[in-house]
Design a protein around this ligand. Sequence first.
Ligand code: NDP
Length: 488
Amino acid sequence: MAETVDRFVRNFIGGEFIDPAESSCYDNFDPATGAALGRVHAADTELVDRAVVAAREAVSTWSQTPVAERVALLRRAADRIEERFDEFVAAEVGDTGKPVTQARALDVRRAPQNFRSFADIVAAAGQESFITDTVDGRRALNYVVRKPLGVVAVIVPWNLPLLLLTWKVAPALACGNAVVVKPSEETPSTAALLAEVLSEVGLPAGVFNVVHGRGDVGEFLTRHPGIAGVTFTGSTATGSRVMSAVSPRVRPVSFELGGKNAAIVFDDADLDDTLNGLTRSIFTNTGQVCLCTERVYVQRGVFDDIADGLTKRALELTLGHPTDKVTTTGPLISQAHREKVLRYFELAQNSGAEVLVGGGIPEMSGELNGGFWIEPTLWTGLANDDAVVREEIFGPVAALIPFDDEQEAVSLANDTDYGLAASVWTNDLRRGHRVAQAMNVGMSWVNTWYLRDLRSPFGGMNLSGIGREGGASSLHFYTDPTNVCVQL
Ligand code: NDP
């Protein structure tokens, strides 16, 4: 695979890749083997400033470009990503260690979908208008003109790098903004490929810029006075730092943050469908999806069936080389992240958990021995107030906890500081709706998980975020309304 990936990743500013000084480069690593994968050029304050200045210059023309031209360009970008699909897959698999089958079916496939969906949404968008009759007999027409924010900082994490990047870049560009993107230091490659694609399809220089590096680069960016808004996906702790950084200049933020998502399984649920759904929701992407389930509340009558069935399915997962088509489960992203997950394994043990499956580092053979592998893990015997059940772990793990009735299930699931997603598993239609609506989360599924319509709002409550993106919510975030009132 290494031959198909550009292993020297450079910053992209004002329509050009910038050649770095060697001293400012760092290695990124293949999580599957732990071996160095390539060199990445970290930006500094001067480069971040150049990127923001380039974006500010470009946005004055881009924001005035007719919507039809902007959306046509987004559609060409979607086509070009599909033409270069295999390169994107190779880059994503190399940086993240995720199974190639998943990168093809989910991560890279979503990138053209993001571009096309937001092209459609922006092309079809109308604007609000009202005929107003005042109490003193005057009549007026009120209408809203939506204007792009300007230069938007787009900061994204390592778990679904291209999917999350294009989810934000597509609506931002469609609405007439310029962007400065800061990918995760661990997963820079697909952002660089996207820069190539957007140039190839004719995006004007400076409308899309990428600055690489660690958290300090993101921090320079969010503190920069030329930034009009920040869209951020990442941990709650970093989100809080971003909020402080933008607060002196009172800029809008959109935060998609962490989760500690619950599944509720009632005793009338279809056992096989539920087990399949739970397996996906706990173990997809080695548990490194913000929507993944880490708490499973199971009605007592089916507790043993669910525990046994999930254990069996966890044992059937195939850990292996990401490029191998039979691999279902890759490594964690980094050694530091594996150490974090292992600390929760220890904590679970200290809290008296029974380990149904996993709980350690698997034995891998050959070059995979140096990778950041972890065993898919399930626990019982934990209480709702244990740290393992309250804090986001972001690994292939879940705690199974029994309940007796609907009221208890709802209160256990809602007893959390987060509020991102939930799933409810039942064959009782009315109960499904009732419980799904009672969840204090941004997304609530019934008898499924991670089934998305890009027109619907996406985001979380409480520690899981601020605001929503998707469909009209994205249009609202990436534009500022001016209300015009004309007396008739
Ligand atoms: P982080 O919060 O550590 O990092 C996210 C991004 O922010 C990275 O690009 C990071 O750079 C950058 N960053 C770090 N420090 C700063 C700073 N002070 N100012 C500005 N930017 C900064 O998250 P992870 O990358 O570890 O991703 C995992 C987290 O993302 C989990 O909590 C997960 O739940 C959440 N997430 C939420 C989703 C949602 O939709 N709600 C979806 C996907 C993930 P660098 O990598 O170089 O440190």
